[in-house]
Design a protein around this ligand. Sequence first.
Ligand SMILES: *Cc1c(COP(=O)(O)O)cnc(C)c1O
Length: 399
Amino acid sequence: MAAMTSSAHPFLNRRLAEFGTTIFAEMSALAVSTGSINLGQGFPDTDGPEEIREAAVRALRDGRGNQYPPGPGVPELRAAVAAHQLRRYGLTYDPDTEVLVTAGATEAIAAALLALVEPDDEVIALEPYYDSYAACVAMAGGTRVPVTLRPHTEGGAAFRLDLDELRAAVTGRTRLLLINTPHNPTGTVLTREELTAIAELAVERDLLVVTDEVYEHLVFDDAEHIPLATLPGMRERTVTIGSAGKTFSFTGWKVGWVTAAPKLITAVRSAKQFLTYVSSGPFQYAVAEALALPDAYFDAFRADHQRKRDLLGDGLRAAGFEVYRPQGTYFITTDIAPFGEKDAYAFCRVLPERCGVVAVPNSVFYDDPDAGRSQVRFAFCKKDEVLTEATSRLQRLVP
Ligand SMILES: *Cc1c(COP(=O)(O)O)cnc(C)c1O
């Protein structure tokens, strides 16, 4: 059913009929109407670095970006994106031909799929999937083919990709693999072994890859983020997506970017120019400064979120949830089976009344209705006192 609810949308066309209202709108409205703590939608409740906010103010005052910026993005930001990919990953991109600035990662995903997918092409996406993937594949006229990440309990990632299942999903109609690592909502960080298998498959079957790496800076413990584009044969077939919203805690600025080979960038830009054309002028200058922040910023950002993960994770476990320990992202996926409950959607609908906390059911991120039926996602990108209060409220669930 994809990540949406089925309220009446009498004018919505057939392609989008199953995507009425996102789960986030529904659950955030419930948070407001019940005065609950919202751990549903993944946005930080603390803004990013003060000096980056000031950089945006300076750009506004100096009249930089107040009119349409250049279609591909301001040169300062394109140069900063290229410098970041080089500094962090050793990847070389030409700022003029291989970088495109977008209205957040959301527009990057939409533009990539609208540009690269022919009607009736199949697009393989990891399930549970980020909710815009299914809608964008549908808008592009493609067919989504989910490959399910499955929970397990021995060491490493709590959810695992079955590489045989992935290989078996590729058909003569498969056009591209839509990958997301670190993965929302499960917190899985794909390993070098898994990424290598994905890369070999893409090369062997001549597939394009769109990889959503918006949580590249949020990896915990000894997990490592490895960009798919760094693997053999991948640079020329991979569209990599990043986001200032996630990396610098400015989700309202809607600054994202794409790095890829020139022919892929040209294609994605063609679609992007008819979506927003351009966006976020002054913020682009500020994000250029943010990307050049010293490693200490990124280290502290990661350590802070790892601590918050543990704070919320301990509280959820104490309340009785089964907790799948995430290696990355803003999110913890739990299972409600220990409460004798089976239906995450029903559970999340009454949770605000029972406890004053909002979460989202992972079941809406699956095509397979049984795969995630009892999974519930909580966001930990919140102030410590908010997480502490939420977990103390959730202790009411303890039988
Ligand atoms: C938040 C998120 C996005 C959207 O990022 P924006 O830059 O806010 O548009 C894309 N993909 C995933 C997996 C996300 O969690």
